[in-house]
Design a protein around this ligand. Structure first.
Ligand SMILES: [Zn+2]
Length: 334
């Protein structure tokens, strides 16, 4: 006997089959890749499934219907039978006006109401820590790149650096990030042969950086948290640290909100050339009564270039910023 499934059960079923999607839980809408358009880019999420109404509609090719299992059959036919338990085929023919009503209720721009974005690791992902002696010279070079940058064995395991034999990730270091539940929420890839002068050093996965906290899984919000710019700067920091994936901390971003919520003391360790931006971050945080220390990083061009002991030394010397310092510093950088 088939029981009627709740919307949450339906969503949980679909998200296993469709790992790349966006979900708007207020409208029970999922934005997915459209199998009818068959766009080669699997991240083009132009088809909306409404799991409450059991309908689908693609904003690009205008495919629409009342049988979500029909869509599943196109994408992953092995789940078709199972999908009928969640979405019994209605075989309903809607007239134009009824469709108009349904489509009016759907998200027309899946980019706007993003609640959850699922990310999948590049195919063939393997940990660098297990590939230091790989027979494949390219794979070995990626793992050794970390050692050359002064990565300790501890950090290599802790930050779960990886590598893939997939040609799209050739000679790239894959740096994954996990949310507080341990789900992958982001990854970035560093081309190991790219110099500072190359335009393209990093390749990010397609999620909004503002909505993620890099490796939140590793953060203890009750302890002072070190903020650096890029993920490779984390090779040199203490363990309770995260990176901005840039040099700003947007006030409407997930990281800023979480710091304020937990009143987490912050140690800012941005590169020396981002001093002005560090002051802006300090100012924004102090407005919310967050204790901020600023670390002097002028000894190296890049925090990632410091050695681990030098980082520790300067970390211990970092002083708490007072409002007056901020004013003085502001004058110095203008
Ligand atoms: Zn389509």
């Amino acid at each position: 006997m088939t029981t009627i499934k709740t919307n949450l059960e339906k969503y949980q079923f679909l998200k296993q089959i469709l790992p790349i999607h966006k979900y708007n839980h207020n409208k029970f809408d999922m934005a997915i890749w459209c199998p009818f358009c068959n766009n080669p880019n699997q991240h083009k999420l132009k088809m909306i499934l409404n799991i409450d109404k059991g309908v689908y509609h693609c904003w690009v090719c205008n495919s629409k219907g009342t049988s979500i299992p029909w869509v599943i059959k196109k994408i992953a036919s092995q789940y078709y039978d199972k999908s009928l338990e969640y979405f019994p085929n209605k075989n309903q023919n809607q007239n134009d006006n009824e469709w108009k009503d349904i489509l009016n209720g759907l998200s027309d721009n899946p980019q706007v109401d993003v609640i959850t974005e699922y990310v999948v690791l590049p195919t063939g992902f393997e940990l660098c820590a297990l590939n230091l002696n790989s027979k494949d010279p390219d794979i070995r070079d990626v793992s050794n790149y970390l050692l050359k940058r002064g990565c300790s064995e501890h950090k290599m395991w802790m930050l779960r650096f990886g590598v893939s034999k997939d040609s799209n990730y050739h000679r790239m270091l894959i740096i994954p990030s996990f949310n507080s539940n341990g789900d992958l929420n982001f990854y970035t890839c560093r081309k190991i042969d790219a110099s500072t002068f190359d335009g393209f050093k990093y390749k990010n996965c397609e999620v909004s950086k503002k909505n993620i906290i890099f490796n939140e899984l590793l953060i203890n919000w009750q302890l002072p948290l070190t903020l650096v710019e890029g993920p490779l700067d984390l090779l040199k920091t203490n363990d309770n640290a995260t990176c901005l994936l840039g040099s700003s901390l947007p006030k409407d971003g997930a990281l800023f909100k979480k710091i304020v919520e937990n009143k987490t003391p912050i140690v800012l360790a941005l590169d020396h050339d981002a001093h002005k931006k560090a002051i802006k971050i300090a100012q924004d945080l102090m407005y919310y009564d967050i204790e901020v220390k600023m670390m002097d990083t002028s000894i190296a061009k890049d925090v990632g270039d410091m050695d681990i002991n030098t980082f520790k030394e300067y970390y211990n010397l970092a002083c708490k910023i007072e409002q007056e310092d901020l004013l003085l510093n502001k004058i110095q950088v203008i």
